[in-house]
Design a protein. Sequence first.
Lengths: 308, 318
Amino acid sequence: MGEFTIPVNKNIDSGGKPPSAEHSDKTTRRSYFGVLWRRFKRNKISLISLYFIVFLIALAIVGPLILPFDYKTMDYTALYQKPSLKHWMGTDDGGRDMLTLIIYGLRNALIVGFGAGLVEILIGVTIGALAGYFGGRLDNILMRFVDIMFALPSFLLSLMLVVVLGRNLFTILLAIGLTSWAGMARLARAQVLSIKQVDYIEAARSLGASNSVIIFRYVLPNAVGPIFVSLSFNIPGAMMVESGLSLIGLGIMPPMPSWGALINIGSRFILSTPHLILYPAITFALTILAFTFVGDGLRDAFDAKQSD
Amino acid sequence: MEPVIERMLEVQNLKKYFSVGKQLLKAIDDVSLEVKTGQSVGIVGESGSGKSTFARLVLGLLEATDGNVFFMESIAVQPMKKNNRSMTLRKYAQIVFQNPYLSLFPHLTIGANIEEPLRIHGVRDKEKRHLRAQELMYKVGVPEAYYDAFPHELSGGQQQRVAIARALALNPKLIVFDEPVSSLDVSIQAQILNLLLDLKEQYRLTYVFIAHDLAVVEYISDVIAVMYLGRFVEYAPKRFLIDQPLHPYTNVLLESVPVVGGSLKDVAGRGEIPSPLSPPSGCPFHPRCTKAFDRCRLERPEFIEVKPNHWVACHLYT
């Protein structure tokens, strides 16, 4: 194959616009995630929410290192104090610094949220993708199992698991993750089922790609959109379950603070010292809201119909 | 020097039945075909005639109910063996689909799409893949600037050029085209068809070209097979099939090709293609045929060679 030219006019049907001008001057390779990020950035509320979550994560990591107080030590000379320069968010019924408690609560909520989310993804996506991709009998067996998991009340199941496994951060995130992956499995299966029908999967097979290559390289990358969106709603969901467990006294073992426990205690003093419930409730609500906005932004960014 | 392969593709008594509820849908019913190396065989038929099923069967993407398919004389594509992914078949036989927007990997750039076959076949050298992709983009007439673009940013014609480049990446011997231009504008159809003719000559390719539009098939093929309800009803070199069509159905297809300046005629064939679930008795075309007589309702005509290399399944010629 040497020198030859093709008598076709190369540009005659370039109806599609060339790669956007802002990028043509760059020499870096464009990636799928670059495009996603550019689309995500357009939604300002989502972007601010993402920054807020990053800030929360940083706070949860750095906070315990630099705080002048810890969550264990009681101070009976400073009970129910109003916010002051020393205690920015006041103190609780044990004289502990509220800000410190909230930051530790934040750390625990994030660990439980992301941890449970990870467990859900691992179990749900594996089961859903296998069922959707291979179909037939395997699909039937796996999805009946999913149906059973879906039918059982997951909060009660989590409760039982906590009782059986014990009460620490890890068992709690496990108890939440293990009981709430059914929705993720159904979503993953539906995604894989629809992607499996598209021509590019047949193209991949005709090129000789193996099943595992097809699943990991072509099916899953195109299925992650809705899965990530769902995850960004499931993380705050897991946080809610965790605080629910704390609220009824089966969450993280005191004195380690949890938002649910803080709100539970605060509710007893809502008339006398409202800041005990106000601050944890507000941070909790803002955190949940931020995750939800990020989820919205992700959903729009993954929408392929959107131009970039 | 590798041995010369004369028969690129051999299809013998190929059958594909789907069960729909309790009924049997005969999508492909006893079809035989031989594609010689360097030939371009066109398969034409209405939607629902089984053309796409045929394409998937000959590439081993679908398991046949019965019959044999051999590729390059030695590779048995059908009957399909379990867990046997013949990499020779996957390397030397490629397919181009109707809708390039659906057949290109949407999450990969144009360059990555074209390089994907090389990746699958173990070319690890990034630079080598990149060079090959650039070469192919040049060959099919896709501007280099599109290397980092995504499929959805290109027009339909450009997308199909990329799909063709991807099919060429492994230096195939056979390419099956499943309606490659029917989703494109007419002006772009011509460009793509010319490109395909050029590529065929350059790389000494063998084509199986499937379309519903006889004009398109005529342009690109040496031999044309007409398919109706899962069977071939006529097979002949292009010249004979166009100039002296024998089967009434071929006539219908020829008359339905619009002619510039011509007036719209009433097409002879009446009605639509019958459901393959309940095909008519006798000759499956008889309810729509203007020349049908009693025998057509009762007896299915054999596919016979009535003139040298001109086959037809019609009672008018027996």
